[in-house]
Design a protein around this ligand. Structure first.
Ligand code: DAH
Length: 366
């Protein structure tokens, strides 16, 4: 065996045995680095006569090539092994057993909000949102309740100590109506939205909790009048309660942000001591139940929301979501909604697979 062949054999077996990339790099330097032994051999070629060089060069070149190839091959192998090892430590065990029966349920408030979104989407309404920590200006001033307006006192507001960017204090929004202003300012007109969400008032008994849910409705367009409001509410309530037999009574009322303002009552019958929605409240054994507030959006609100009230009009309404859920699904204590009692939740909750759709019935129960 020639001297070069011996060098090659030794180098190749050491390279094949290199345990990691650091060891391999040390070998590369030892053979092929600037001071490496094979590099030194290559340098001897320069001092040879042309004849001698022709004779010896092929063996030296072959030696260099075989060591370079072996190094590259070992490097690939070591890198692949390193990746394999890393991937092995990053595996995720997806084989946990599923529970025998589905656990958890959709809260009736979430279910009703989904039902509302479905019904109003069919009427061309988008869903809008706004912050729960609100600026006094959006919650009150822009809704035509300037400071010292008496209606402010009726809201039992939770205030923060922080001064709001637009003056007054920051607060927990007392109603979803500020989303009206935010939507008009952000998107201009026309507008067709509902805005479901949490609202807060310092109040607590069987029918009041400090946090509850409302859904706001707002339509802004040209030539909108009370007839549109009444049709929309009737269509919504018939779809929601899944009966054509919904009779509404519009009663003149007052809200600072609507003019005129109407409170909407729904007729119910008393059967076996229980209230069943349907029929005129004026019929024998019937009554009217107050359901929601609404009206034509006050010119001043449209103006403060950046639109010209001579060009754009609209209607708005606000209704308690928890109240709608209680009426439809028969719960009678609002506080139980927020207790997190799993027995209550499994009794009144909905299957996550039971998505409300108009075709299947917005209130279908599994
Ligand atoms: N924001 C009112 C409240 O919480 C409810 C309301 C009444 C909303 C009339 C409206 C409306 O949009 O037009 O008491």
């Amino acid at each position: 065996m020639s001297e070069h062949e011996q060098t090659a054999q030794e180098a190749l077996s050491r390279i094949a045995a290199a345990e990691d990339l650091t060891a391999l790099e040390a070998l590369r330097v030892e053979y092929l680095g600037k001071q490496g032994s094979i590099s030194a051999l290559l340098k001897t070629l320069g001092k040879m006569s042309p004849e001698e060089r022709q004779e010896k060069a092929p063996a030296i070149q072959a030696l260099r090539q075989s060591v370079a190839d072996a190094t590259a091959e070992r490097k690939d192998a070591l890198e692949a092994a390193e990746l394999e090892a890393r991937l092995a430590t990053e595996t995720l065990d997806l084989t946990l057993p599923a529970p025998a029966a589905p656990q958890g349920s959709v809260h009736p408030v979430s279910q009703v909000m989904d039902e509302l979104a479905e019904i109003f989407a069919d009427l061309g309404f988008a869903v809008a949102t706004g912050p729960e920590i609100e600026d006094d200006w959006y919650n009150f001033t822009a809704l035509n309740m300037p400071e010292s307006h008496p209606a402010r006192a009726m809201h039992d507001t939770f205030y923060f100590p922080d001064t709001a960017p637009k003056g007054g204090k920051m607060l927990l929004r007392t109603h979803t109506s500020p989303v009206q202003v935010r939507t008009m300012l952000a998107e201009g007109s026309p507008v067709r939205i509902i805005a479901p969400g949490r609202v807060y008032r310092s109040d607590s008994d069987a029918t009041h909790t400090p946090m509850f849910h409302q859904v706001e409705g707002l339509v802004i367009d040209k030539g909108i009048h009370l007839g549109h409001l009444k049709w929309t509410l009737e269509t919504f309530l018939r779809a929601f309660f899944e009966t054509e037999d919904i009779v509404l009574r519009l009663r003149p009322s007052y809200f600072p942000f609507t003019e005129p303002s109407v409170e909407v009552d729904v007729g119910f019958a008393i059967e076996n001591g229980k209230r069943i929605l349907g029929g005129s409240g004026d019929a024998p054994d019937h009554g009217w139940m107050e359901l929601l507030g609404s009206g034509m959006v006050n010119r001043r609100v449209i103006e403060m929301s950046g639109l010209d009230p001579d060009e754009w009009q609209g209607f708005a309404f606000g209704v308690g979501v928890d109240r709608l859920a209680m009426l439809k699904y028969g719960m009678d204590d609002l506080r139980a909604f927020f207790d997190g009692d799993t027995r209550w939740l499994s009794h009144y909750g909905f299957s996550p697979f039971d998505q409300p759709t108009l075709s299947a019935g917005v209130g279908a129960r599994a």
